[in-house]
Design a binder for this molecule. Sequence first.
Ligand code: NI
Length: 166
Amino acid sequence: MSILTILHHPDPRLRQNARPVTTFDSDLQRLIEDMFETMYDAPGVGLAATQIGVDLRLAVMDCSDERTSPIVMVNPELSNFRELEKLDEGCLSVPDVQDQVPRYNRVHLKALDRQGKPFELEASGLLAQCMQHELDHLDGKLFIDHLSWLKRDRIRKKLSRKRRSD
Ligand code: NI
């Protein structure tokens, strides 16, 4: 297994609309293992393939306190959105930025597992939030896109200051 490099905003690869996964081979299994290792190491609760420059509709998540509930979602679709609320959010691709983003508190997930087998899941709370965040990545969106222009401008300035000082 290896730790992958996570792309940072404003890398244009984060803006790609990812392609569906069609092949469930050993390369895909290795990619998933590497994505989990990268996510746990970061540490983060979710990582989308888009964030490591891989053009596939695939994300890994673990929203448990003990970090013992890994979930893989391939070609995910969300429905039955319920109860919109504003929740604190951050992203490994937008370092040192946190803000409140409107997300649904409950969603229904339809996806394929790592072997290509369909499954469905009712999610609430942090897991529901994480699913919406990761699906956004696969559509080339970042959580800061949900913020006001003024806030996004402030984040842009902060990140370019940070890049200069790195
Ligand atoms: Ni993210």
